[in-house]
Design a protein around this ligand. Sequence first.
Ligand code: ADP
Ligand code: MG
Length: 301
Amino acid sequence: MSHETVYAIASGKGGVGKTTTTVNLGTALAEAGERVAIVDADLGMANLAGFVSLTPDSITLYDVLAGDASIDDATYRLADNIVAVPSGTSLDEYAETSPEGLREVVDELRSQFDYVFLDVGAGISHETVLPLGLADAVLLVSTPEPAAVHDSTKTLELTDRSGGTVAGLVLTRTRPDGDISHEEIADRLEVPLLGTIPEDPAARDSVYAGTPLVVFEPDGPASAAYRRLAADLTGVDVPVPTGGDGSGADDDSTPADSAPDQAGATAESTAADSETDDDTDGRQAAHDDVSSAITEAESDP
Ligand code: ADP
Ligand code: MG
């Protein structure tokens, strides 16, 4: 398939809804029968930890990046058709990881899953920039808040410099009384408006429940918006519930086959065998590109 299947979910400012977007776009597509992997590329933060049961000994993306485990070992089933790759949260472990290994992780997941979503950290650190260039497309997430919109320009710039492509803007936590139109915000950033996700208290409740919002409150306004976004983005036929009476399309959207375990079973890592001098050079080049992108961004006024 030649269309975009690996998305980086990125933002300039933290706390704008990246993880919520990653989890719910992924789950909406999984419910529609697509095989999905979501990856906590926001290293050091426990973004996905609430959705998978981890013990302190659990294998995470850290172990994969450190070369101590295969990606299959760090893949946890979230629900039918969807797995999560959580990052570790210990700063000690973090110091030993090499973000460059993410390229192999993404390549491997790309070959095993229909869609891969990378939950990228906010800001301009090295591990933030790398995924922007690895993804087929970057989804820029922002709230309508001026500071968040402003910080989005940094992410646009970094994506550009890391050779990535921004698909467009997802505006989250929108309110009907906003004094600037959503289109106008996207116009200012000179990117297409891909979708708007309304403010919905169920979003926070779903996090406490450890359940994706689209499952927790399938017919709610934010869930409907995430399903619509998933459909618009990928062209996949994602049923969008129409009413708030629980009679939405969700009931008949159960995928016929549940493939995650099967997908996981074939996830035997080949990464260790495929390391060639070419790969090493490529990674070094990518590292240099990213480093100079960060330096340029940091020196911006
Ligand atoms: P990020 O990953 O960018 O840091 P999160 O997805 O963790 O952001 O969201 C930050 C907070 O905002 C969380 O408490 C989340 O539940 C809440 N939130 C996200 N989207 C919405 C929404 N549409 N309505 C209300 N609260 C939301
Ligand atoms: Mg997050």
